[in-house]
Design a binder for this molecule. Structure first.
Ligand SMILES: Nc1nc2c(c(=O)[nH]1)N[C@H]1C(S)=C(S)[C@@H](COP(=O)(O)O)O[C@H]1N2
Ligand SMILES: [Mo]
Length: 551
């Protein structure tokens, strides 16, 4: 035991407590910065904040996830990471203050956080094992060392101890601390100057390490970025027909028929968007009933017959009236053809596998019915979105898109593996978390204009929006004003039954408060139910209403 460790001495004035908190903060910063640097040697996803955040996401029950998505939308991840950082800061302050009295305990506390980070990192579904523990562990080691040194400078020190000069005292021109020479606290003066220097050095070194780590992490993504920049998508052998002129109504406030990539909703569990290098990417197809397993390179995929299709994608977490739905022009290879070449038969033709499990580079697993994927619909291994290579956020270099199924059971981004199995044998990621095994998209409609609580003037008001029932198609949309009769809306031209359909309803608005409600009927004749259900487990049902005040 060192002198400093022996004993709490004297009262801790507010300045020293503040300095202790600062020491904790610097130690925490040193931990995270070192971890960032080490993660550049492992992979960015192994950093402690990302790992703990990812582990938290993995463990979030469906209802909480739903609440987070509802309240924070696509910012939920940012909120999560800020929350983790805020918690870490609090603990860092506390550990720093504790270290004033108990240096080793404080340092051990920092190490404990490292262990938590390491466990989170190695427990992620995409973890490659022990190396993922390194950023957290090395980071915590650095943080603990910094805390030991800083707390040493902060420890009260008898003027006679070890004959060391008392620095930070008038010689250096420092102001006297809590009280003058007459103060009994002055007997156990602490090394303020040494503390300031050590803290500054540690903070600066950490900033350097963190910046270098960031830069290296960025560099490792450069190969992926370059592979995307270089990519010129081959012209599809089966191009999509132009979107019919009448499919997109030019009514202000209605979502555009094709959703631009930049505003396409994004839902996934990835805190760090995977940056996959297309030149080293591989896709394996294997499993039950796969008589000819294959492993494709990206070039192999591009050499296949590519088709281009307009398909509307919807998230099961979309509330009635919500924003998680969009339509893109996807380019890709037909998944059913690839499966057939591998010897896969759908269950209806005697195939032994009824579930196709797609696995992404970040460990996501998404299960789709083999029957649906092979029933003739345009299930795609997509490589292009609205005429450009998939954006990284949307799954570069390849993802699945299956018309008619919610994204969580069909649309695996950053796909790297397809395994044929059964629903009995395997539960993919979302199913383990309380969501449904099978989830066809529910018939839904949304009022885009007028906006809720709008105050239009009396007279003609255009009510308009979108309706979707992918792979069945929309047959009818009706609008009801207050408790009046259902009145048929005008349908925009259909693009395909795999896309949403716009609609409009010219309304003669009368003064006062009104509730506008919409319902769609799909081409199979099923009317959108008014029975409200939550999004868990297989998608929200119910009808969208908008309340307006006509002035
Ligand atoms: N790898 C991976 N793929 C994923 C997900 C994910 O979390 N990870 N989320 C799925 C869900 S729930 C949806 S709704 C769609 C959303 O696709 P988008 O973000 O391109 O709109 O991706 C699906 N594919
Ligand atoms: Mo989703």
């Amino acid at each position: 035991m060192t002198d400093d460790e022996k004993e709490p001495r004297g009262p801790l004035g507010p300045i020293r407590v503040t300095a202790g908190a600062l020491a904790g903060a610097v130690a925490g910063f040193a931990s995270l910065a070192t971890a960032e640097l080490v993660s550049a040697a492992v992979r960015p996803q192994a950093g402690p904040v990302v790992a703990v955040g990812g582990a938290a996401i993995d463990r979030t029950p469906a209802a909480v996830k739903d609440w987070a998505v509802r309240n924070f939308g696509t910012d939920d991840k940012l909120v999560l990471q800020c929350g983790i950082l805020a918690l870490l800061a609090l603990f860092a302050f506390a550990l720093g203050i504790a270290a004033l009295r108990f240096r080793r305990t404080g340092a051990a506390g920092v190490v404990l956080f490292g262990v938590v980070g390491a466990l989170a990192a190695t427990g992620r579904p995409d973890s490659s094992g022990l190396p993922d523990a390194l950023p957290s562990l090395v980071g915590a080691g650095a943080g603990a060392a910094v805390l030991l040194v800083l707390a040493g400078r902060l420890a009260g020190r008898q003027p006679d101890s070890g004959g060391r000069p008392v620095s930070g005292r008038p010689a250096s021109g420092g102001e006297p601390d809590s009280g003058g020479p007459s103060d009994p606290g002055a007997r156990e003066d602490w090394d303020r100057r040494g503390f300031v220097i050590a803290a500054t050095v540690a903070a600066a070194a950490s900033a350097g390490a963190g910046t270098l780590g960031r830069a290296l992490n960025g560099a490792s993504a450069r190969g992926a970025v370059a592979s995307r920049d270089r990519l010129v998508l081959p012209a599809p052998g089966s191009p999509a027909a132009a979107v019919p002129r009448g499919a997109g109504l030019r009514i202000p406030g209605v979502s555009p028929f094709i959703t631009p990539n930049g505003s396409f909703y994004r839902v996934d569990t990835a805190l760090v968007v995977p940056k996959v290098d297309a030149t080293t990417w591989r896709l394996r197809v294997h499993g039950r009933g796969v008589s000819r397993p294959v492993e494709l390179s990206f070039d192999d995929l591009l050499r296949r017959d590519l088709v281009e299709r307009d398909i509307t994608l919807t998230c099961v977490s979309n509330e009635v009236g919500g924003p998680y739905v969009g339509t893109a022009r996807w380019t890709g290879a037909r998944l059913a053809d690839l499966l057939a070449e591998c010897g896969v038969r759908p269950p209806s033709r005697g195939g032994p596998a009824d579930q196709l499990v797609a696995r992404s580079v970040d460990g996501m697993t998404i299960g789709s019915p083999v029957e649906d994927v092979m029933d003739g619909r345009d299930a795609l291994l997509a490589v292009g979105m609205n005429g450009e290579p998939l954006p990284f956020e949307h799954g570069f270099p390849a993802r699945m898109v299956v018309p008619g199924l919610y994204g969580f059971v069909s649309a695996c981004k950053w796909i790297t593996d397809i395994e044929l199995t059964t629903f009995d044998a395997y539960d993919p990621y979302w199913v383990e978390r309380g969501w449904a095994r099978e989830a066809p998209v529910k018939t839904q409609s949304r009022i885009d204009t007028p906006r809720p609580f709008a105050r239009p003037g009396a007279g003609p008001v255009m009510v308009a929006g979108v309706a979707w029932a992918q792979h069945r198609g929309i047959g009818k949309v009706e609008v009801r004003v207050d408790d009046g009769p259902w009145q048929e809306a005008r349908l925009a031209t259909e693009d395909s039954r795999d896309t949403w359909r716009q609609w409009s309803f010219p309304w003669q608005a009368t003064k006062g408060g009104h509730t506008l409600t919409v319902r769609a009927t799909d081409r199979s004749g099923r009317v959108q139910t008014d029975r409200r259900t939550r999004t868990v487990p297989d998608g929200a049902s119910g009808r969208h209403s908008v309340v307006v005040t006509v002035e």
